[in-house]
Design a protein around this ligand. Structure first.
Ligand code: 4AD
Ligand code: MG
Length: 480
């Protein structure tokens, strides 16, 4: 097959030259004397228009040129007379590669709801919206690798099956090859995990951080980019049971360096997509505006998608401590009028997404970095501040998304770490290897986790996180 993709032909095709183009039919229309086929192969945002002039030899085949069918078209590239496209292909030959029954093909050339398309996730790659989303997902992942490579970070892979619970939140999926109908029981009546595959109980990882720290304490600057799994039963538009996380970890780096790195990464990624995928972005921006037109004015985004990306690149993020954010929220009109679902009353409480969105969208109208959270609502590994009450944590909150990044400076002082693990009932024996890095050549170090799907959500303007990963996993959904 001598194939030219639609991206290539639109970018570099020569007028009057013959080409063979392969793709799927979006639509067909026309009269007896001339037929217009709009075809797409997913290589870029744009479709190719094919012109078929009256030709008895092709008549039968044209009947099979229906939405969803895959075809090959041979023809000459010509300057387009109609508006909407610069060039079009004058067909001399058409081959039906895979027919599609127009009565049964689920993706009709009309608007489908996102929910319907989620149920047809195997075919949604062929729609304009999802092909744009997944091209941008690729672009972001490439930009992230490029960003780190240019800064001498090494990409490392951390285990997916693990015995450690990095976040200590206990929302893990267990991995086992024990026979569920015939579990081995130990003398105490408990399941005998010594008989399990790894000789102890194991889970899917919630984060590669602990292992990334080990690598950073030798390679200086590393990052992971892998799947993580959480069995939290949150049926929200921002949670998945299986999601991808980027976790850089840097030796000889404090919280301010860490915040700076995260902001640079976020800006760089947005800039990369604006520079290279503007067609897709412009389409998604319009899509979002149309979607929001049905909403009440106060529920619509303040700016269109393109402007919201530009404002991330141009703005100085607002940085404030948990305590300052707490005071601000507590004294806000909204709180005093009891308009939060979860009222702000006691210092130490965790913020809910309504509070985060209030800060980002109402109070500052800007991305917000909150630092120095109360130690009791954060993980054991965060560095304790001198006040003994707060830790060197930082969360980055984005408009429309809420928390997109969570990170911290790590506790590098052995005695502080051991004390904290004791208080939080985290086993020192299980994490002996983690503790050894504090015993031998410990250094201040920091890192963060960027939720990849939340970033894709922000950049594509999709309201539901289930629409930015090809095959979303969430409670009761494991199809495909
Ligand atoms: O804040 P989290 O839980 O932080 C960690 O896991 C740290 N170990 C990261 C580190 O310091 N290396 O998760 C990090 C980010 C969140 O800010 C959010 O963007 C995303 O991961 N995230 C989720 N995304 C989709 N679905 C979920 N269930 C998510 N949980 C967290
Ligand atoms: Mg977090």
């Amino acid at each position: 097959m001598n194939r030219i993709t639609i991206k290539e032909i639109l970018e570099h095709g020569n007028l009057n030259q013959d080409y063979s183009v392969f793709g799927w039919v979006r639509t067909k229309r026309g009269s007896k004397s001339i037929t217009f086929i709009i075809m797409n192969d997913g290589t870029c945002f744009h479709d190719l228009q094919v012109i078929v002039e009256l030709n008895p030899r092709l008549e039968d085949r044209l009947k099979q040129v229906n939405s969803g069918a895959s075809i090959r078209v041979d023809g000459k590239l010509a300057k387009s007379v109609g508006g909407g496209q610069k060039v079009e292909l004058m067909a001399s030959e058409i081959e039906i590669i895979g027919a599609a029954d127009p009565e049964e093909y689920p993706i009709q050339p009309k608007k489908h709801s996102l929910d319907f398309l989620r149920k047809n996730a195997h075919l949604r790659f062929r729609t304009k919206t999802f092909s744009s989303v997944f091209r941008i997902r690729h672009a972001l992942s490439f930009a992230i690798h490029k960003f780190f490579h240019e800064r001498n970070f090494y990409y490392i892979n951390t285990p997916i099956i693990t015995s450690a619970d990095a976040e200590g939140a206990g929302e893990m999926f267990q991995v086992t090859n024990l026979d569920m109908k015939n579990l081995p029981i130990d003398p105490n009546g408990e399941v005998d995990y010594q008989k399990d595959f790894f000789g102890e109980s194991s889970n899917l990882t919630v984060s590669g951080q602990l292992e990334a720290e080990l690598a950073a304490l030798g390679l200086s600057k590393v990052y992971t980019f892998g799947p993580t799994f959480r069995a939290e039963n949150s049926n929200t538009s921002r949670h998945l049971a299986e999601f991808w996380m980027i976790e850089p970890e840097v030796a000889f780096s404090d919280l301010n360096n860490n915040i700076d790195l995260a902001i640079r990464l976020l800006k760089y990624s947005c800039q990369f997509v604006l520079d290279n995928y503007l067609d897709d972005l412009a389409f998604l921006s319009q899509r979002k505006e149309k979607e929001e037109a049905a909403l009440k004015k106060e529920d619509r985004s303040k700016s269109n998608l393109l402007d919201s990306l530009r404002s991330i690149i141009d703005s100085d993020f607002t940085i404030l401590s948990y305590t300052d954010a707490f005071d601000l929220l507590k004294n806000s009109k909204k709180n005093r009028k009891n308009k939060f679902q979860f009222p702000i009353n006691d210092w130490g409480m965790d913020f809910q997404s309504e509070h985060e969105r209030f800060l980002v969208e109402k109070e500052f109208d800007n991305p917000v970095v909150i630092t120095d959270y109360p130690k009791d609502i954060k993980a054991f590994y965060m560095r304790l501040n001198d006040d003994n009450k707060t830790v060197r944590a930082m969360d980055i909150l984005f408009p429309g998304i809420g928390e997109i990044v969570g990170g911290s400076q790590r506790e590098e002082r052995l005695e502080f770490l051991e004390k904290r693990m004791l208080e939080m009932e985290i086993s020192k024996t299980e994490l002996w290897w983690y503790l050894e890095t504090r015993r031998f050549g410990s250094v201040p170090h920091s890192g963060f986790g960027l939720g990849f799907e939340r970033l894709v959500q922000f950049v594509t303007g999709m309201t539901n996180i289930r629409d930015v990963i090809p095959f979303p996993r969430y409670p009761s959904h494991i199809e495909f």
